[in-house]
Write a protein that binds this ligand. Structure first.
Ligand code: GDP
Ligand code: GDP
Length: 438
């Protein structure tokens, strides 16, 4: 978990979204809902040298009369900055510093994150230096002339940026496994939690900071600590206030984001519903490890084909069952409940796993010799130069290729399958980043 976040700040029209798109390359956006802000923020996966981070466009900072920026928007920018490791303040080199830029700079200087100043729209190198120099007056250190459209200057900016953001993996981690229990109302989440806790006294610890509405339960088995993120207990108290739907989705989304491993709890009688698919989609988007827990197995009439049939119907309705393990349990009788934690150990381990560059390239060489990358109509063939794992949780592998567009979905899935077949990663999603190297 926890890629460093870089917030992009600035007035409207200075080129923030152009810069975000340039940094994120062809990666698709992950949209996160943030309760308390009026619009969703979009986090994009970005990457420079061997470092990965998320960029978030904070939206334009709009001023009401050129002197004060609107409180709500200030609030949004603050929220974005609070979770950021660094910020890039984008200004327009063609217009020069404005009073609004001054205002934002004054505010940014009071924020506890490092700020880099990107002077955008500097297409010509000599002109750019002159344009950029005007921005020293903002008091934010060296202005970096860039052109978000052409990409010039962004290398210097990013070289400096990665000095200010933590290296993933060096972020101190303890070895507790965070497990979110999510599912529709009444599938048995609370019962499952109680089954884990059993007779032993649970240590209930409120999480410090912003997530006031989550209470975690910590349990221990064989020296391993599990933090169970409860989406059921508090919902019960608050659903009178907010209605059930609000919590079943939003609370679940928040819990998924905090977890290492998500237990997607289904009701054996109801099977997979649309809400379950929605949760599954979010688990994939967030790159969490997952176990599909089919609860209330005690009420299903069984013969020797039941599990097999059931698994087939799950596969049809949840497309990630190829890597997530399914377990059939009863919270009521306790059947196979402890097994869930064993599987969670494996999934958490896969999720944190790091594979050396040489092994990755062995798999790639093999995969390519069995099945070469597709060629375009003009006969130009896709070529994979090399791959390297850039982060964990989930395991993320960057593939450097001549032209990412030449690799269609079929071939991408084939490569992913090869990684899974050769390297495992049981219970965890893996991500492949296809990077064109020109
Ligand atoms: P945002 O509102 O800050 O997100 O700005 P956009 O990214 O939407 O860009 C605003 C306008 O500036 C668009 O018309 C872009 O084409 C233009 N623009 C963005 N980056 C550059 C650049 O590097 N050079 C020039 N000349 N124009 C740019
Ligand atoms: P939650 O809303 O997801 O937290 O669900 P609860 O844990 O409150 O359970 C909803 C209902 O399902 C309760 O009446 C439980 O007793 C029942 N239930 C939970 N687990 C099982 C199970 O494994 N088997 C059966 N037969 N009933 C269960």
């Amino acid at each position: 978990m926890g890629l460093p976040i870089v917030a992009i700040i600035g007035r409207p029209n200075v080129g923030k979204s152009t810069l975000v798109n340039r940094l994120a390359g062809e990666q698709t956006a992950i949209v996160h809902d943030e309760p308390g802000v009026t619009r969703d923020r979009t986090y994009m996966d970005a990457y420079w040298r061997d470092r990965e981070f998320l960029v978030v466009d904070t939206g334009g900072l709009v001023f009401n009369d050129d002197t004060e920026f609107l409180p709500l928007i200030r609030q949004q920018a603050m929220t974005a900055l609070r979770e950021a490791s660094a910020a890039i303040f984008v200004v327009d080199g063609q217009t020069g510093p404005t009073s609004a830029d001054q205002e934002i700079a004054t505010w940014l200087r009071q924020q506890p994150v490092p700020v880099l100043l990107a002077v955008n729209k500097c297409e010509s190198p000599e002109q750019g230096l002159i344009q950029a120099a005007e921005f020293w007056e903002l008091g934010l250190g060296e202005p970096y002339p860039i052109s978000a459209i052409h990409g010039s200057g962004t290398g210097e900016l990013l070289d400096e940026l990665i000095n200010h953001i933590p290296v993933v993996g060096e972020i101190p981690e303890n070895n507790e496994i965070k497990i979110a229990i999510v599912g529709r109302p009444n599938v048995g989440k609370s019962s499952l939690l109680n089954a884990f806790v059993g007779e032993e006294r649970a240590i209930v610890s409120p999480i410090s900071g912003t997530t006031r509405d989550a209470i975690d339960t910590v349990v221990e088995r064989n020296g391993q600590t599990y933090r169970l993120i409860d989406t059921a207990g508090i919902r019960k108290k608050k659903q009178i206030e907010y209605g059930t739907e609000f919590f079943s989705i939003n609370r679940a989304f928040k819990a998924i984001r905090r977890a290492d491993v998500v237990l997607l709890v289904l009701d054996a009688v109801d099977g997979v519903t649309e809400q379950d698919q929605k949760l599954a989609g979010r688990i994939i988007d967030e790159g969490r490890a997952c176990i599909i827990v089919v609860n209330k197995w005690d009420v299903v009439e069984k013969d020797s084909y039941t599990i097999y049939d059931y698994e087939k119907s799950l596969q049809a309705r949840l497309h990630f069952t190829e890597w997530a393990e399914t377990i059939f349990v009863s919270a009521l009788t306790g059947q196979r409940i402890e097994k869930i934690l064993d599987i969670a150990n494996i999934a958490a381990e896969s999720h944190k796993r790091r594979v050396s560059t040489s092994v990755i390239n062995e798999v790639l060489t093999d995969a390519v010799s069995w099945h070469s990358p597709p060629a375009s109509r003009s006969g130009r063939q896709g070529k994979i130069y090399y791959g390297t794992q850039v982060s964990t949780q989930p395991p993320t592998i960057a593939l450097f290729v001549n032209d990412a567009k030449r690799f269609n979905d079929n071939y991408r899935r084939y490569i992913e399958r090869q990684f899974r077949q050769q390297l495992g990663f049981k219970g965890s999603p893996i991500r492949l980043l296809w990077r064109s190297k020109k």
